[in-house]
Design a protein. Sequence first.
Lengths: 187, 400
Amino acid sequence: MNVPHPPLLLDACVTINLVAAGPIHQIARSVGHSCLITRQAANEVGHLRDTTDGETRVAPVRLTDHVQTGAFEIVDLTPDEIPLFVELASLVDDGEASTIAVAIKRGIPLATDDRKARRLCAERGLDLPTGTVTLIRHYCEAQALDHTHISHLLQRISSRASFQAPRGDPDLKWWNDHQPDSTNRDS
Amino acid sequence: MPDDIQDPVGQSTSLASRLRAAREASGLTQAQAAAELGVSRPLLIAVEKGTREASPHELARLAEIYRTSLSELLRPALPPVAIGARFRAVMTADQRDTDDLSSAVDELQRRADDYLDLLRISGTEPPGRPEPVRSLPALDARRAEDLATEERNRLGLGDGPVRQLREVLEIEVGLRVFLLPLPSRIAGLFVIADALGGCVAVNSRHPEERQRWTLAHEYAHYIANRDRAEVTRLSHLRQPESEYFADAFAANFLMPRSGLSRRFHELKRTSSDRVTPSMLVQLAHTYGVSLQALSGRLEDLGLIPAGTWERLRERNFQSRLAARMLGLEQPAQASDALPLHYRLLAAQLYADGDITETQFAHYLHTDIVGARRAYAELTETADVASDGSPQILDLAEAVG
């Protein structure tokens, strides 16, 4: 039986990476979280880039579609979260400010790869946030995906969202080992 | 103190000024904004004057009403509103394109505000060695040539073509060059923003050769009469003396008499002492100017008969087609809307973790994925790694 996990707050940068990966609903379910994103962060997600026959086109991200599948829930700030949101918005963008404010006020863990946001979380006493690579790794391990499938998944994130794993990411080696040109065949 | 100085000011002063600027940019009156916020007009006026502090809830709501980001409203320095004020003084002289121009000026002001914010965060100064304005007894063609020669000598450019014109003006001279989609009959804008220096907007919709001419033209305004904002219009109507001067400067700076004459005679000698259209196309390509600009310059120097360009035009001579047939590549369109230093500064701040990825995207006027792609381009070097892949310069490591 699955033990229900607390919800996980995603910032805009992690969200677009997970959407780029493809099976966003399965990723969210496999990590045992219900994924939340603040309205401010949702407004900052932007577009993916899809390349076909060497031509790159902008692909809109329809978060509302993912909300309907249950992969995401978009949350609005409550009145008691607004003062902290305003305070943090003088330090970071509105999406990160709202995400961190909700994480602090509601005691919810969050996922971000952003260096400045992670530093701010540490300064405000939040637990170390998780990141894109760790979430994807959990999904791949839960699904027991082989090297080829993992490589395809990572390739989609790299090409559609132009994401590269941050230096210092705890799962950087796993990410590098599963790149398409890697000789590692462990899954 | 000039009103666009970016020295730290009281939070309430900068916030009040930014709230007012954001409301004006949204097109709302004070009464409309107050009604949307659910407060009285006098209360909103007090907030915009800084005599009443807005509550956090009011601030968050105002950001929504004005369709701007809260973090932008909370920047701790005054917005460079003087840019708009200086242009408004010019725009009243010509009401025809005021509306089109107003949005372009607002856009230039926003770009300048972003640049100033990057400089504030980094604690650095913009590049360039600003020269004092030249005091000229008259703005005529002879003085334009003298000034262009002086500037070329000062910048060590010799008398050859200047291929990297934008880089020279941004880095050596200290002009901040933005490419903006301006109304079609506007070639460029020039204004001084006290804390940033000379700011130039070039019409991104114009061809590369025209953009280079506009840049050199605005450069003339910067060194000779920088006190007032300038709008460079494409017009056959009589222009102010300063516009003729700026065009003469542009012609001399882009195509110096000695170098152009030498190249012209060399090409003529190799063409059996004949001047052919293909020779003119080749010269125009070498100097990065249009065939019309080159022909006009050669006519002025007495190297080709007056009316040559008119005759070519009457015969429907296709200079672009001729250039292609001669195997001359079109000049690479300088498509970067923002100054190189601006983009590198934003990338460095992002690499250092001083701004978030979304802030980086905001400064580059793109979205998150666009910012990631721009970062990769900005950090890719001309070198290749041992496996032949592009070499990426790790900005975080490079400064760490």
